[in-house]
Design a protein around this ligand. Structure first.
Ligand code: KDG
Length: 352
């Protein structure tokens, strides 16, 4: 009886293998292909997408939309795996991994990209975009596209701009209403010269640091504060280590959705189209969610126990006045003509 069971089991395995249930796809017989050689199984591709923020953030929701679109439209020829919370490294490490071809997608804020192409520093100029709509029109227009195209020489393919949003200030020491209130506070900034400069101008003590190290740095008092959009402050639970938020909106941060050029060059044309389309489909929804969260989560911060300070126009102008010298200081570095053209274009879009 035992012997019979074993024989039956072996028979079953043999039948399953013959029916093509193993890992290799079933090959048509020569009779089926009319005597021609068996067709090659279709090549499949793996996209590993990594970000610094957590899986609640609109950035991750954008990646989920992209994954769903790509896997469906490619009929399973592309698999997409998502990694959040710096599981694959910080923004700079992930960009380097893309350049080497050991990771396929990442989506940093524009600030760390300026180490690759200085023109991206324009986005870090304080109080540049008057609204999210103007920012989107600029990014999706000729200027934005030119910057994305410029990344190809550096091993990166810029697929689209998503939204991080207006950045605001938090700290654990005191309510900040004026630049004087910032004096002496240790503020974490992104790794970018302009951010360092304008926090210095404001009298703070800026410390550049990757996002993945930020929470612990605030918890351990290595820094007193930081700056990020409301959705990040809320979803990353910064209220556990920060008491005060000031709605400064000093910089609008775009996310730049990047793909490895090594990987892109290997993709057949039809799959390139699917990936590019997915980036745009997700962009629309990602921006919508991001704006919704930016509004809703101000109240959420109060519910989490933070003091949220909205500045009067005069108070905001005091910040704008102090940081206006930053534009003049960095104009030369970025390219004076280029900065003028950008400012002109933003003015044009604002008046539209
Ligand atoms: O996933 C993106 C993040 O790594 C980062 O870019 C977020 O704005 C950010 C910051 O403050 O570093």
């Amino acid at each position: 009886m035992k012997h019979l069971k074993k024989t039956m089991a072996l028979l079953l395995v043999a039948v399953l293998l013959l029916a093509g249930c193993g890992s290799t796809p079933a090959q048509p017989s020569e009779q089926e292909t009319g005597g021609a050689a068996a067709a090659e199984p279709e090549k499949t591709y793996l996209i590993r997408a990594g970000i610094g923020l957590n899986d609640q953030h609109p950035q991750y929701l954008g990646l989920e939309i992209m994954k769903e679109y790509i896997e469906r439209e490619s009929n399973g020829r592309i698999e997409m795996q998502l990694f959040h919370s710096s599981q694959l490294g910080d923004d700079i490490q992930m960009m380097e991994a893309l350049q080497m071809g050991s990771q396929e997608i990442t989506c940093p804020s524009s600030a760390p990209i300026s180490s690759i192409d200085k023109r991206n520093m324009v986005f870090d100029l304080p109080f540049l975009f008057p609204s999210e709509e103007v920012a989107s029109a600029f990014l999706d227009g000729a200027f934005g596209q030119e910057l994305l195209d410029g990344l190809e020489d550096h091993g990166l393919v810029g697929l689209a701009y998503w939204e991080n949003g207006y950045r605001h200030l938090t700290n654990s020491v005191r309510e900040v209403r004026t630049p004087e209130d910032l004096r002496g506070l240790k503020i974490r900034t992104m790794e970018n010269q302009i951010h360092l400069d304008f926090f210095r101008e404001l009298g703070a003590n800026p410390t550049p640091m990757p996002f993945g190290e930020l929470f612990t740095a605030m918890q351990q008092g290595v820094v007193d504060g930081q700056e990020n959009p409301v959705s990040t402050i809320y979803l990353q639970s910064f209220s556990e280590v920060q008491d005060y938020t000031t709605l400064t909106g000093h910089v609008y941060s775009p996310f730049v959705l990047l793909m490895s050029k090594v990987f892109w060059d290997e993709l057949p044309e039809d799959l390139k189209e699917i990936v590019q389309e997915a980036a745009y489909v997700a962009q629309e929804e990602q921006r919508r969610i991001s704006r919704e969260y930016a509004d809703e989560m101000v109240e959420g911060l109060r519910e989490q126990g933070m003091t949220v300070t909205e500045l009067t126009l005069e108070e905001l102008q005091a910040f704008q006045q102090v940081t206006s010298s930053t534009i003049d200081k960095f104009k030369g570095d970025i390219g004076a003509d280029y900065v003028d053209q950008v400012l002109e274009e933003i003015q044009r879009l604002t008046n539209e």
